[in-house]
Design a protein around this ligand. Structure first.
Ligand SMILES: C[S@@+](CC[C@H](N)C(=O)[O-])C[C@H]1O[C@@H](n2cnc3c(N)ncnc32)[C@H](O)[C@@H]1O
Length: 219
């Protein structure tokens, strides 16, 4: 199995989210899970409340990925659940010779992708990656795979194993104690699989996933 490693440690933390979600109904969650306009750019109760590019988000994190995984300047990198391609945009700035690709289930996000990377992104599903075996040096999936039900998380991780020829990193909603679990149940809108970190490790083993991982918690 890979390593638990916080590859998001340089991502800006922002204000604390704990206790700030207004009462969310099942109908709100249903709307969020469509990953359409409402989720990205609609009211905050459905998701981001405006999903816009800013270099302060990913610039340091993509440099950390490059250095940690010792990526060559022409490395191939796939972002699964890339949304509007903001991380890919900063990879492109940092590593202009890299072969970059992104997929996302959301036709809305792909249609509204950042212009610099629009041609690199297509609509696709993590369960069926539209790439041949061993296509990428690094595959990244941040806060994407937990949006699938457990058997589909396994299918998606098997796809990551198939398509990487080097490294992989996934971040998923996972808790370590009851307080984290409670905060997550209140805050999270779209996840279908949220569980204890140990249960995720079991799932990774079941999928035969050997890449790295980290757990997102509400903070
Ligand atoms: C929380 S957002 C994360 C976006 C981006 N990775 C980031 O960290 O800013 C989750 C993304 O996963 C996408 N998504 C959800 N299910 C997916 C699936 N089965 N395959 C690919 N993308 C999916 C959503 O459309 C959304 O863009």
């Amino acid at each position: 199995m890979g390593q638990e490693i916080d590859m998001m440690r340089l991502y800006p933390k922002g204000k604390s989210r704990i206790g700030t979600r207004p009462d969310i109904s099942e109908e709100d969650r249903r709307i969020s899970k469509q990953f359409g306009f409402e989720y990205f750019d609609g009211d905050r109760r459905y998701g981001y409340g405006g999903f816009n590019y800013h270099p302060r988000f990913w610039t340091d994190t993509v440099a950390l990925f490059r250095d940690h995984y010792r990526l060559a300047e022409n490395a191939s990198i796939l972002d699964i659940g890339c949304a509007k391609g903001f991380m890919l945009t900063d990879f492109k700035k940092l590593m202009p010779k890299a072969k970059l690709a992104g997929i996302d289930l959301s036709a809305y996000a792909v249609e509204h992708a950042y212009p610099e990377v629009k041609d690199l992104i297509k609509v696709g599903d993590a369960r069926h990656l539209p790439f041949p075996d061993k296509s990428f040096d690094l595959i990244i999936a941040i806060n994407t795979l937990h949006n699938l039900k457990r058997p589909d998380c396994i299918a998606a991780l098997r796809e990551v194993q198939r398509v990487t020829r080097g490294s992989a990193f996934v971040m998923v909603d996972g808790w370590h104690n009851d307080a984290e679990a409670a905060a997550m149940r209140e805050w999270v809108l779209t996840a279908e699989t949220m569980m204890h970190a140990d249960e995720w490790r079991e799932l990774f083993a079941e999928a035969g996933y050997t890449g790295d991982y980290f757990f997102w918690t509400v903070s």
